[in-house]
Design a protein. Structure first.
Length: 132
């Protein structure tokens, strides 16, 4: 997946909308959204970037990538745990499920999404300016 700021914005907006609805989204569903249009297997790095941006103090929002799940397990792919779990040895499905559900609960309970999106977009804009 060629990852750029416009795709990142589209993904973040889609995940915030799902959060407001109290729903997860599969990799395949996400891949078919307007502005994303990419193969569902190519989300590892983009979701890692989004998750790390969510955790930056300037953005300070729950871990949106926890909403993106596999259709067969209803859990994120392995890259999610490698990127965001403090314990990189989450091996059994139940431990992974607890970790994901805890993060999803934070996302679903969060109510300041409009302000959070503004912080995220401001962070991207400021980050882009720094690259020039």
């Amino acid at each position: 997946m060629s990852f750029n700021t416009e795709k990142e914005k589209a993904i973040v907006r889609a995940l915030i909308q799902r959060s407001k609805e109290g729903k997860t989204i599969t990799y395949k569903e996400l891949s078919q959204l307007d502005g994303v249009n990419t193969h569902w297997r190519g989300f590892g790095k983009p979701l890692e970037v989004i998750g790390k941006t969510c955790k930056k103090k300037e953005v300070n929002m729950p871990l949106l990538p926890s909403l993106v799940v596999r259709v067969d397990t209803h859990l994120p792919g392995e890259g999610f745990y490698l990127a965001f779990a403090k314990d990189k040895n989450l091996v059994d499905k139940q431990t992974k499920k607890v970790f994901v559900k805890k993060n999803q609960k934070r996302v679903f309970n969060y109510k300041e999404w409009d302000e959070a999106l503004k912080r995220y977009l401001d962070y991207l804009a400021n980050n882009e300016e720094g690259k020039k």
